[in-house]
Design a binder for this molecule. Structure first.
Ligand code: TRP
Length: 358
């Protein structure tokens, strides 16, 4: 668990999560699987947005702390390797907070409030006129989360794209205002022309929206329709058996785009087998939902078994998790302190160097 990756020549990426609770199969399909794949070819930074968690949950600091540790346990279980990727705490990277303040000056207030992701969240959470001053500030903060690392790309879901647009605007404006990058410069050329920040792209993967076991809504902890990474084999079986299709009998021609088959497509790897199941199901060739569910449970449990084994090493070992996050945060600080110094230099705020001891 050392710092071997700090000056890697691999392309650098950053992404993160706000800690809201245990991770489930929807997280795996939608983003974590991809991160596990990227960690060999990329220099990876994974941010625990524990400060952002305070925007809507400031009355529950202990819950935020618990969820922050839990998300790391799930990352490790799913195969994120702390020797490759740096997992770090937003709250312990001061460069992020300092850049947030500077970047807040580069964005008109109304521009921040026009962000559709913010608007949706305000509606969904019923915050309308009651939101804190800090709530919209998180969108500015997210531009600093990203730009502190000067990444080439940010792997995210569709819902985060507006945040990336704001980030790209901040990078351009900063480079133009303080680094003499011409206003007509191409995004790819900003660093070459002396800009401190690259203009990073949103790297939106093949949309992996997994339906929940209710067969209707997106899988989500709060809707009670999730299969968690930490569920036991029995629990998985029980939950899979609940997946709702509405089909009556094994001889009724079935719809292979139903919820059950969305799971089959995600978790049964053998394509020939999937094709065969679909063929028989659609013809009502004496194949019941129960049969498909048994194969599906087995496939999900085969995916989760190594995750359970890795998880077991960290069960009740918050000390190990804190060590890993400490190491990742130290790496994050080495990089972001460099960025911060360059940014301060550009805006005339560089007076003397500093070192952060952790
Ligand atoms: N807003 C993201 C979410 O809720 C979490 C996040 C914070 C993030 N900072 C980030 C994601 C920087 C990508 C990059 O899921």
């Amino acid at each position: 668990m050392t710092a071997q990756l700090v000056s890697s020549s691999k392309p650098r990426i950053l992404t993160g999560d706000t800690p809201t609770g245990s991770l489930h199969l929807g997280h795996w399909v939608g983003s974590v699987k991809r991160r596990v794949e990227l960690q060999d070819s990329h220099e990876c930074y994974f941010l625990l947005a524990n400060m952002h968690a305070f925007t809507t949950r400031s009355e529950d600091p202990l819950g935020i702390r618990r969820d922050t540790i839990e998300i790391v346990r799930d990352y490790l279980a799913m195969g994120i390797d702390p020797n490759k990727a740096a997992i770090f705490l937003q709250s312990e990277v001061p460069a992020i907070a300092e850049l947030t303040f500077l970047f807040a000056m580069l964005l008109p207030f109304n521009r921040v409030m026009r962000n559709p992701t913010l608007k949706t969240e305000l509606e969904l959470k019923g915050l309308s006129e009651k939101f804190s001053f800090g709530f919209p500030l998180y969108a500015v903060g997210q531009t600093a989360d990203i730009l502190s690392f000067r990444p080439v790309g940010v792997p995210v879901g569709e819902d985060q794209v507006p945040h990336l647009e704001l980030t790209r605007e901040v990078a351009r404006r900063f480079n133009q205002m303080y680094c003499s990058v011409p206003t007509d410069a191409e995004d790819e050329d900003h660093e070459k022309l002396g800009g401190v920040f690259p203009v990073p792209r949103a790297d939106v993967g093949r949309v992996g929206r997994l339906v929940g076991i209710d067969g209707k809504n997106k899988m989500s902890k709060s809707l009670g329709n999730a299969i968690f990474i930490s569920d036991s084999p029995k629990e998985v079986q029980k939950k899979v058996n609940k997946i709702f299709t509405g089909r009556q009998s094994a001889t009724e021609p079935g719809d292979t785009s139903n919820a059950l088959f969305q799971f089959v497509d995600c978790f049964i790897a053998d394509e020939a087998r999937v094709a065969e199941l679909k063929d028989r199901y659609s013809r009502g060739d004496n194949i019941g939902d129960g049969h498909i569910k048994a194969e599906l449970s087995e496939a999900i449990n085969a995916l989760l078994t190594p995750m359970r084994e890795r998880r077991a090493q960290f069960e009740g070992r918050d000390d190990l998790i804190v060590d890993i996050v400490h190491d990742g945060t130290a790496r994050a600080n080495r990089l972001t302190e460099q960025t911060l110094l360059r940014a301060k230099d550009a805006v005339g705020l560089k007076f003397w160097p500093r070192t952060l001891a952790m």
